[in-house]
Design a protein around this ligand. Structure first.
Ligand SMILES: C[S@@+](CC[C@H](N)C(=O)[O-])C[C@H]1O[C@@H](n2cnc3c(N)ncnc32)[C@H](O)[C@@H]1O
Length: 232
């Protein structure tokens, strides 16, 4: 199976928060895509995803955006079999790696979509249907001229809010202090979301395993900021 080549719609106004990373696939990643891609990867379409049909149950759906290598995603999905997880990522190697983990851990509650998350949310996700969003170590785009490429910005937060059920959450983590401060400013501009922490940053969430990009940040002595908002 080949993963779809096209990962964005032709809409020039859509946020482009990623650069397509190339690199050769390892044999493990290539084999996993060939063997399990068809079963666990969903195609991008402009129709609302029939979640019950896909997962064959009505369990809560959590969406993770930019799962990177996906090891964290697979550990969380294994820990909470009572939830469904939709991982959205454009990085082919990462998709291969997550497919490998899904098979190795016999997970039934994950599906993957290789496309720009902004388009996926807008076109495929029903309003008021998502229990939570996970966004771990999104690309920081540190230069000022690139800030418009940051995934977490007001317009995208409004889209996520529409998709959340009442009480649903957006959980985001970054090791870039400036991006963390920016996130709080952007979140606070959106009505209908409540920050669960008085200081802005919440305590480290115990069930979140560390990620590759978290380790890179820690190696540079960056502080990890965790942010959790809920739909009122
Ligand atoms: C800095 S990496 C972090 C990966 C992983 N969460 C971790 O902590 O190791 C950010 C990831 O988000 C993905 N990404 C960024 N914007 C995206 C978007 N709009 N749609 C899908 N994936 C996106 C990138 O391809 C990249 O793999």
């Amino acid at each position: 199976m080949n993963l779809n080549r096209k990962v964005v719609k032709d809409d020039k106004n859509s946020i482009r928060s990623f650069v397509l990373r190339g690199g050769r696939l390892t044999n493990l990643q290539k084999n996993a895509i060939e063997k399990y891609g068809k079963k666990y990867c969903l195609p991008f379409t402009s129709r609302i995803l029939q979640v019950e049909e896909v997962f064959q149950n009505t369990n809560p759906l959590i969406v993770e955006i930019g799962f990177g290598m996906g090891v964290t995603t697979s550990i969380i999905a294994e820990t909470f079999p009572e939830n469904n997880y939709l991982g959205i990522e454009v990085f082919e190697s990462g998709i291969g790696r997550l497919l490998h983990e899904i098979n190795a851990r016999s997970l039934k509650n994950i599906r993957i979509l290789r496309f720009n998350a902004v388009d996926v949310l807008q076109d495929m996700i029903q309003n008021n249907s998502i229990t939570g969003f996970h966004i771990f170590f999104p690309d920081p785009w540190p230069k000022k001229k690139h800030h418009k490429r940051r995934l977490i910005q007001k317009d995208f937060i409004v889209i996520m809010l529409e998709k959340l059920i009442p009480g649903g959450y957006i959980y985001s983590v970054t090791d870039w202090t400036h991006y963390a401060e920016w996130m709080l400013e952007e979140f606070n501009q959106v009505e209908g979301l409540i920050n669960i922490s008085k200081t802005g940053y919440c305590e480290p969430v115990k069930w979140r395993p560390s990620t590759k990009f978290e380790q890179k940040g820690l190696d540079k002595n960056h502080t990890i900021h965790e942010i959790w908002y809920e739909k009122s």
